[in-house]
Design a protein around this ligand. Structure first.
Ligand code: IMP
Length: 427
């Protein structure tokens, strides 16, 4: 296979960073195609822990080409900070291994500010965004008022476009939100100046990735967030502003949909969610708190405690189907050690009716009552297990049960944060 999509099959934070780092060993190109610095991909290498927000996790392997393609919303200062942070830790980063699309939309300070101000207005309907300006930047893209990376490269042009955009946003910040407007001239100077630092990385990434595919290079598409946060198919409006699964690759990486040969979903052995919105299997009790503590479930981008609950086969089955994934990876299996009983939702009860498929057509998620199956747990520490047959019997049967219920092969299990803490089942 020379092109593979790897995506989150829940509400984000499935442990994609580690798995993409692992899978990118066999890849030539690692491509981010949506989202922005709202993502937080954690990779642990020996004693070193890296949290990447924008740059693909393949950057930790010297010979890989890492691509931020046109569908990503890029905060140029966060991008340069991340480059500097990696270099300071001895990671090689230059134009030979990091490429940035000229067509990627730019997240400006006014997007971040408006993201945070709008949340305050939403009150009960608050999304709980990461506050990184994602929604406002994608809104400007769709409204055709956004600026792209290529616009930053020409100082005169950038000044002209940004002046018009910011004048309007400042009026909204001041007169709609009653907040302090941004210093227009100061902002223009900052963004005009940053263009020259981005310039060395800028490329026609779509053309480069397509050319790589045609010359038989191995391409890995790194999804950010998760399928249930997808703007079209997720729990709208409590979603992010991009297409998070394999469905986002075609537009977001300028890569033909028929060329994506394989899709692999990633899901935790339980479920977590940060921010607001529907979460049918949420456990707002001591069991949920135990999962949070054992799994250290605190956001890598915002530090917020994650909401925790049991595995949801309805949601994951839906997520895998959306991306056409016939295999998946289960992470954090070790976190479930020590639970006497493990539960997982098999179907939903909605107004007295048993539903096996994700109810995408209902906006009333509060009517969902998960119907659970119970599994006996295990007490052993499994973080050192490397072969499936060495797992406790109850852990094996839980995994095999998940596989049957979801209807797709589990090709890898992760049993800890380190690179080598995996159990392969024929990836
Ligand atoms: P936004 O993407 O910052 O607009 O946030 C929209 C929703 O997506 C919020 O509920 C966020 O918590 C969630 N979200 C965004 N990025 C991530 C992520 O990388 N992991 C988990 N949740 C995320």
């Amino acid at each position: 296979m020379s092109s593979t999509s790897v995506f989150g099959a829940q509400w984000g934070d499935e442990g994609k960073g580690k798995l993409i780092d692992l899978l990118s060993r066999d890849a030539d190109f690692v491509v981010r195609y949506q989202g922005g610095a709202n993502a937080g991909h954690t990779v642990v290498v020996g004693k070193e822990k890296y949290v990447l927000h924008l740059i693909p996790s393949g950057i930790l392997h010297r010979s890989k080409v890492n691509v931020i393609s046109n569908g990503v919303a890029i905060d140029p200062f966060k991008f340069l900070d991340e480059v500097a942070g990696l270099r300071a830790r001895g990671i090689h980063v230059d134009a030979s291994n990091l490429r940035l699309s000229a067509n990627a939309h730019v997240i400006f300070e006014h997007h971040r500010k408006l993201d945070q101000l709008s949340e305050r207005w939403r009150g009960e309907g608050r999304i709980g965004t990461t506050g990184r300006g994602i929604g406002p930047a994608y809104a400007d893209k769709a409204a055709r008022t956004g600026l792209r990376v290529c616009d930053l490269l020409d100082p005169e042009h950038c000044r002209l476009r940004l002046r018009a955009a910011l004048a309007e946003k400042n009026a909204i910040i001041e007169h709609v939100h009653g907040a302090e407007p941004l210093d227009l001239e100061g902002e223009l100077d900052r963004y005009v100046a940053v263009g020259s630092s981005l310039a060395p990385f800028v490329a026609d990434t779509g053309a480069e990735v397509r050319a790589a595919y045609k010359s038989n290079k191995v391409i890995l598409f790194e999804g950010a967030q998760g399928a249930m946060l997808d703007i079209d198919s997720g729990t709208y409006p409590f979603v992010t502003s991009s297409n998070t699964g394999a469905n986002g690759i075609s537009a977001g990486a300028s890569f033909p949909p028929r060329w994506v040969e394989r899709a692999i979903g990633i899901a935790k052995a339980y479920t977590t969610r940060v921010g607001e919105g529907p979460f049918p299997t949420e456990l707002d009790n001591a069991v949920g708190a135990k999962i949070r503590e054992q799994g250290n479930e605190y956001g890598s981008t915002t530090g917020r405690p994650r909401r925790c609950g049991w595995f949801d086969t309805v949601a994951v089955r839906f997520a895998l189907e959306l991306s056409g994934a016939d295999s998946w990876i289960v992470t954090n299996l070790d976190v479930l050690s020590g639970f006497e009983t493990i539960e997982a939702a098999v179907t939903y009860d909605i107004h007295g009716k048993r539903v096996r498929d994700w109810p995408a057509a209902t906006p009333d998620f509060s009517a969902i009552r998960p119907v659970y199956a119970q599994h006996p747990g295990w007490t052993e520490d499994i973080t050192r297990v490397r072969r499936f047959e060495d797992l406790p019997q109850n852990a094996r049967s839980y995994v095999e049960w998940l596989e049957r219920e979801v209807g797709a092969k589990i090709v890898l299990l992760s049993v800890g944060p380190e690179r080598d803490q995996v159990i392969s089942r024929g990836l």
